[in-house]
Ligand binder design. Structure first.
Ligand SMILES: *Cc1c(COP(=O)(O)O)cnc(C)c1O
Length: 379
């Protein structure tokens, strides 16, 4: 695919060449675990064994790299698998700066598993680039950013973080799950590697798990991660790769609708006296709205909200809505709502009254009417 094509066009076509043997326009799904070779293991068509590489995965990785503007991509069995793979490329003795508000799995990795490998994680307020610069030491080998963050929709200035990382010879990795390349392209802002939970918007239909790393360059970091994936077996099944590729085709179109609905939801909630705070980077009242407006083309489909009535009000609200389903995860066609503290285990970190909404592709009027039922339940 010519790289100058627009994102919408790349999303539809990248990795989608018609099948060379039979001309099928929709990509074939190759389930074979093994590929015929010559008597001395000569590769006849480029493949040997599914764990090392396979045609369906190649199509997905071509599309992922094209969308994020990277040189290469690697697909994994989940977002956490991709995240772990990136962090495990760091040498023992490394420190990683992670955001104060971030995906709970990243915090667990940092608390439970990375220290076993000699990698230390430190939390820093990444909404404040000066705080990140002040936290840099020679041991910091990577800044791990997540913007917008889960669940508080905090925004980090990626160009500023990239400049800080480069100054210290460290890598910048960005969890781009909430924004997707349709709204934000971290590599163009200086990131070395982009991570996705493709389970969310990329798959887009709440029916396939997966994760991905997209590398700015096909460099030593990429080679290391690719070799590790082959040996550790941290792969995506071909059917999952195929479904994810199918989801990617409509990603930019879906994101536009998610964003438009999220704006209606955020503005509706912000106008309610019972509401304490609406977290959505598109609101001018958001702490880093200006940075979001500069580095994102739109503000995403995720909205969090807290109520003046705290936890009780949040639970009453979540119990009264019907179009929004109470469930975890995000990025699917259907709207979801979740009281985060209730799913964060024994030591929740989210504000006790916070609900996270994944705004889906229903009609905006129906979503707002449903949320009105939630508000009515508070009286
Ligand atoms: C869901 C999520 C992950 C983890 O991805 P899985 O596919 O569930 O393993 C990582 N980061 C963010 C921001 C997420 O929302």
């Amino acid at each position: 695919m010519r790289p100058e094509l627009h994102l919408e066009t790349l999303a539809v076509h990248a990795g989608g060449e018609a099948d060379a043997h039979n001309g099928s326009v929709a990509p074939p799904l190759h389930l074979s675990t093994t590929f015929k070779h010559g008597p001395a293991a000569e590769r006849l068509a480029g493949y040997e064994y599914q764990r090392e590489g396979n045609p369906t995965q190649d199509r997905l990785e071509t599309a992922l790299a094209a969308l994020d503007g990277g040189d290469a991509a690697l697909a994994y069995g989940s977002g956490m698998a991709a995240m772990t793979a990136a962090l495990e490329c760091l040498p023992a003795g490394s420190e990683v700066l992670i955001p104060e508000d971030c995906y709970a799995g990243l915090r667990s990795l940092g608390a439970e598993f990375l220290p076993e490998r000699g990698v230390t994680v430190r939390r820093v307020d990444q909404c404040d680039a000066a705080a990140v610069a002040a936290a840099m030491t020679p041991a910091v080998r990577m800044i791990w950013a997540e913007t917008p963050s889960n669940p508080q929709l905090r925004i980090a200035d990626l160009a500023a973080l990239s400049a800080i990382a480069k100054q210290h010879g460290a890598l910048l990795a960005v969890d781009n799950t909430f924004a997707t390349p349709a709204l934000q392209r971290p590599i163009a802002l200086g990131a070395d590697v982009v991570m996705h939970s493709t389970t969310k918007y990329m798959g887009g239909h709440s029916d396939v798990m997966g994760g991905a790393l997209v590398f700015a360059k096909r460099d030593a970091l990429f080679e290391k991660a690719a070799h590790r994936r082959h040996i550790t077996g941290n792969i995506l099944a071909p059917f999952s790769a195929w479904l994810t590729l199918r989801g990617l085709r409509s990603l930019p179109a879906r994101m536009a609708w998610h964003c438009a609905n999220a704006r209606r939801v955020a503005e509706f909630l912000a106008s309610q006296p019972a509401v304490e705070t609406v977290y959505w980077p598109g609101l001018p009242t958001h702490r880093n709205h200006a940075i979001a407006a500069r580095q994102m083309s739109d503000f995403g489909g995720m909205v969090s909200v807290t109520f003046k009535g705290g936890r009780e009000a949040a639970l009453a609200f979540a119990g009264a809505v019907e179009v929004f389903t109470n469930a975890t995860s995000l990025g699917g066609v259907e709207s979801l709502i979740e009281h985060r503290a209730s799913v964060e285990g024994p030591n929740p970190v989210s504000p006790p009254g916070l609900l996270r909404l994944s705004v889906g592709l229903e009609h905006g009027d129906d979503l707002v009417a449903d949320l009105q039922h939630g508000i009515d339940a508070l009286r």
